[in-house]
Design a protein around this ligand. Sequence first.
Ligand code: ADP
Ligand code: MG
Length: 227
Amino acid sequence: MAGRVMLELKSVERHFVQGSKRLSILSGTDFSLHRGEMVALVAPSGAGKSTLLHLAGLLERPDAGEVVLDGRACGRLSDDERTAIRRNDIGFVYQFHHLLPEFTAVENIMMPQLIRGLKHAEAEARAMQLLDYMRISKRAQHRPSELSGGEQQRVAIARAVANAPLVLLADEPTGNLDPVTAGYVFEAMEALVRQSGLAALIATHNHALAERMDRRVTLQDGLVAAL
Ligand code: ADP
Ligand code: MG
């Protein structure tokens, strides 16, 4: 893969204590995600996919090792600095959409841009462009509860990329959808990733979708391994 490394995990460890047991979910793993590539993270439930994505997305800190985003080591940064990177450089999509229920689709996509300091008109134009790209501009003025599951996820994906992040992290983004809808949503996400050239790491149980990505990795004994 020729593109430059956008996300790098270096000897990352994450352990949890459950009762008297110490679980090593990540035990010193390395992983690199390059510009322009889409990588599937395929592993059974409980293997540590969400844990890895949360660390990569700076939502949590590793117990040891380093997360490097576009050459910048994030471990020693303050919470405020990490929040700024999360807002500007990382897009995160969850299995459940996590859209704000009292706001419309277009407003949900505008929100991260407004927080970043963009003017209302600029944010709205970008949000409408993304809705159009996801082929749901007709739903712009609808609230999340008025959207289908597939539409909700498309809005969530549009919101995740609204600030043109460097890296898109998605945690089973189609896990809650029927296979046909999952295919459509994935297609829209793929088009967006390909067009913007960002780097994407997508946890999925769907092998058909995993096959469409550039490469597949799994978690084995706390380490990322090629599939
Ligand atoms: P996956 O996303 O692959 O299903 P997770 O990353 O959610 O897996 O979880 C991996 C393991 O770590 C599971 O056994 C889970 O119970 C455990 N785990 C995750 N988060 C915590 C936590 N905050 N405290 C204790 N155990 C946790
Ligand atoms: Mg998970």
